[in-house]
Design a protein around this ligand. Structure first.
Ligand SMILES: [Zn+2]
Length: 315
């Protein structure tokens, strides 16, 4: 989750608290590879392990880069009762209306998706192997975050409603327990006409689910025996108190497939953004790019490829 950067917590807790959980992020990026048409799928299949492993780089960057955190969320409710009527979808207009400082404080997730998209288009145009892989993995991460309702509200961990812990519960514990039974055949990637509109559409859809995510857990908590709500699991040899299996199952049922639907949506969106970036780059021939994924020693330092993006790429 975006706010991991704000929590002074140990690594073991981070594994549980990070967005969608490392498990779900990796699974989502991996499954997205199988939505692609043949022209692009061979490249992504060659590097499916890389794309999977690096699905969580964006969260890891939070520890070393304070600019990273706001890219993972947007507190839409901070913009009033009808936030999506009030926030300009384009970055420049939004900065003019609210100031960059305020936008950053409330999170910039949808603009970041658009920004990563244009970085990916450029990587395709220039056939820049390393940046292609890096931006593909990253945009997968941001799109997955955008599908999580609690990434779109200031009450992101239920802290305003006495539901602390619900963030990791919904996006980490539930997928870890139940994603094995999900259907991840989501159909073919499609061409996205307007990446910025699509990013906002996804965020808006997530935001509309915030009330259900919170209300269903609150109702369950009221009727569930308190002494059976929590249990203990072992992670990396550390005993952690978390929601019990029974409580998790009951919440999962109350959500009627919501977690599965959001994961499926994320997978389809990621494949579609990758595919569209390739189309927008002029459908370059990527068959000759190296079939072996880079290993840690062979990847250029990010500083070398982080030329500032043009203004239009924040749009
Ligand atoms: Zn994240």
């Amino acid at each position: 989750m975006g706010r991991i950067c704000l929590f002074p917590i140990a690594i073991v807790a981070v594994v549980l608290l990070s967005s969608w959980g490392f498990h779900a992020h990796k699974l989502i990026n991996r499954m997205a590879v199988f939505t692609l048409p043949t022209d692009v799928s061979r490249f992504y299949k060659n590097h499916v392990d890389y794309i999977t492993e690096h699905a969580v780089d964006a969260d890891k960057r939070c520890y070393v880069d304070t600019a990273e955190s706001p890219r993972h969320f947007i507190d839409a409710d901070e913009y009033g009762a009808h936030p999506f009527d009030s926030i300009p979808i384009h970055w420049t207009a939004a900065v003019e209306k609210f100031s960059e400082r305020r936008l950053l404080a409330r999170g910039v997730l949808p603009w970041q998706i658009n920004r990563s998209y244009y970085a990916l288009v450029r990587a395709f145009s220039e056939l820049d192997f390393h940046r292609l892989l890096r931006h593909s993995a990253d945009i997968g991460h941001y799109l997955a975050d955008a599908h999580v309702p609690l990434h779109t509200t200031s009450n992101y961990n239920g802290q305003q409603t006495n539901q602390i812990g619900i963030h990791a519960f919904w996006e980490s514990r539930l997928p870890e327990l139940f994603s094995e039974g999900y259907d991840f055949f989501v159909g073919r990637a499609r061409y996205i006409e307007s990446p910025v509109d699509e990013a906002w559409r996804i965020v808006q859809e997530s935001h509309a689910l915030v009330d259900s995510v919170l209300a269903l857990e609150a109702a369950l908590s009221n009727r569930f025996p308190a002494d059976r709500k929590y249990g203990y699991i072992t992670r990396n040899n550390v005993l952690i108190r978390t929601y019990s299996d029974d409580y998790s199952r009951a919440y999962h049922e109350a959500l009627s497939g919501m977690v599965e639907r959001r994961m499926r949506g994320a997978i389809h969106a990621i494949g579609s953004f990758w595919y569209s970036a390739w189309v927008d780059a002029g459908q370059p021939d990527i068959r000759h790019l190296p079939p072996e994924s880079p290993t840690p020693g062979t990847v250029p330092a990010p500083a070398a490829d982080q030329k500032p993006l043009g203004r239009e790429e924040w749009h």
